[in-house]
Design a protein around this ligand. Structure first.
Ligand SMILES: NC(=O)c1ccc[n+]([C@@H]2O[C@H](COP(=O)([O-])OP(=O)(O)OC[C@H]3O[C@@H](n4cnc5c(N)ncnc54)[C@H](OP(=O)(O)O)[C@@H]3O)[C@@H](O)[C@H]2O)c1
Length: 428
């Protein structure tokens, strides 16, 4: 009886859960495949760590015990990082092994060469866990929704920042306090930069845009802004506009061009993504046949991520037992241009400190009008020392026009400073 032999690279939060899930649900996998899935080797950094659920004889420090073992069918890369992970994945493919990876950092930068080698060697490269953990979006977009042309992907794809923004909204706490709590709860890394500054979400939206629009989008193509400048005042004004603030990844195809960005976004409280709180992730898609679809669930954590990894192992297992005629990992058959952020259209939120005197608002409105920016709504709050805080929402406008207006506003002597600018989404 054929066994599907698996080598794991990494045995941390995800690797351990992958091993445990395979043991736990082996009966089901055997019934579905007609073959056992066996983890035969696990590569780690340290043999001294306590790993109560893992048999010691499976552990090794030598990656070649996985990469060069002729009996291993599937290499599962759950170690993270880029350089070693890329070398090991490429070596696994050269050595005729199928690959599963949970590594968004790797796929957002080196997806193309990895797919090309997989195609050349006729080995599958599956990466469902690399975006939004348990949410089954990658396989769904590549297979079940392949009949569609997808024109929009938008989502909350970073649990850490969603936890932080939810707490800031619900409890009125400042970002640094909530970040500390997120670190204490294990939701944020000791170095939270990748999450807070939007890089983690940028990698995921690059992957989602590539597979959704069938054109290569890499990390460098993504405009990225994190949440580190969001103040409690912005959250309070958002509430007054019956809105909330979420870190969104947004990718849109329009007129044959791709826009792809990550930034904090003001969204109305009745928007479907406004209700996605805490560490939950959600991904919204628009396609020409299915209309719209939303996926909601746990985007991280050992078992939710292992759910996606083991799903990929099962897909490969089926393929090993009943091979498809030709493997084509890369689905990017287009080469669409990427818009600059200046070309992107959005609604805008702008907060500024101004002189508390008559005519200030009309001067600001004139600068906006000169740049074809129209104002949707205004909140004004009196401050001490004859100052006022002015917060405006604009109608939809090209970023280039809005930023020219901002420069004009900053040059008005009645305007002290522009303290915050956010983009805003009104529709889904
Ligand atoms: N954690 C999540 O919720 C989650 C969700 C989605 C995707 N992912 C992705 O899944 C991957 C793994 O994440 P994780 O949270 O499981 O990471 P982790 O807990 O830090 O575990 C990494 C594992 O890889 C081993 N390792 C790291 N570098 C190695 C190297 N150069 N050679 C040999 N072994 C090495 C470590 O060995 P030691 O144990 O000996 O230190 C450890 O077992 C990452 O790409 C991550 O982005 C994670």
């Amino acid at each position: 009886m054929k066994k599907i032999k698996v080598g794991l690279l990494g045995c941390g939060a995800v690797g351990t859960s992958v091993y445990e899930l395979i043991q736990k649900n082996q009966d089901k996998y055997y019934a579905l495949l007609g073959a056992e899935i066996e983890v035969v080797k696990i590569v780690v950094h340290s043999l001294d760590k306590k790993r109560p659920s893992i048999p010691n004889q499976l552990l090794t420090l030598d990656p070649n015990e996985v990469l060069e073992d002729q009996d291993i069918d599937v290499v599962v890369e759950v170690m993270g990082g880029i350089t070693d992970a890329k070398d090991y994945v490429l070596k696994a493919l050269k050595n005729k092994k199928h690959v599963v990876t949970a590594n968004k950092d790797l796929m957002a930068v080196y997806g193309q060469p990895i797919f090309e080698l997989g195609d050349q060697e006729q080995k599958l490269v599956l990466f469902e866990a690399s975006v939004a953990g348990a949410l089954p979006v990658i396989g769904t977009i590549k297979n079940d929704l392949a009949s569609n042309k997808i024109n929009k992907v938008m989502g909350i794809i970073n649990g850490t920042t969603n936890f932080i923004l939810t707490k800031m909204f619900d409890e009125g706490l400042p970002l640094d306090l909530v970040l500390k709590e997120a670190q204490d709860l294990g939701y944020a890394e000791a170095d939270p930069t990748a999450d807070v500054e939007g890089l983690d979400a940028a990698r995921k939206i690059a992957i989602l845009a590539s597979i959704s629009f069938n054109t290569r989008v890499v990390l460098d193509d993504v405009y990225v802004e994190g949440i580190s400048k969001i103040a409690t005042d912005d959250i309070e004004y958002a509430k007054q506009f019956k809105s909330t603030i979420k870190l969104l990844g947004i990718a849109i195809v329009n007129d044959g061009k791709v826009e792809v960005r990550v930034h904090p976004t003001l969204i109305p409280l009745n928007h479907p993504l406004a209700k996605v709180d805490d560490v939950y992730n959600a991904i919204y898609l628009e396609g020409d046949a299915f209309g719209d679809l939303t996926f909601l669930g746990k985007g991280a954590g050992g078992f939710p991520t292992a759910s996606a990894v083991v799903g990929d192992i099962l897909t490969i297992g089926k393929n090993i037992l009943n091979p498809v005629s030709k493997i084509k990992n890369c689905t990017c058959y287009l080469d669409l241009p990427i818009k600059t952020i200046k070309q992107v259209e959005s609604h805008y939120y702008i907060r500024m400190i101004v002189a508390d005197e008559t005519g200030v608002l009309s001067k600001i409105a004139s600068v906006f009008a000169e740049n074809n920016v129209s104002i949707d709504s205004v909140i004004q709050k009196k401050l001490a020392n004859k100052k006022a805080e002015l917060v405006l929402l604009t109608d939809r406008v090209e970023e280039d026009n809005f930023m020219k207006a901002k420069v004009g506003i900053e040059s008005l002597i009645t305007v002290d400073s522009v303290t915050s600018i956010l983009r805003s989404e009104k529709e889904n």
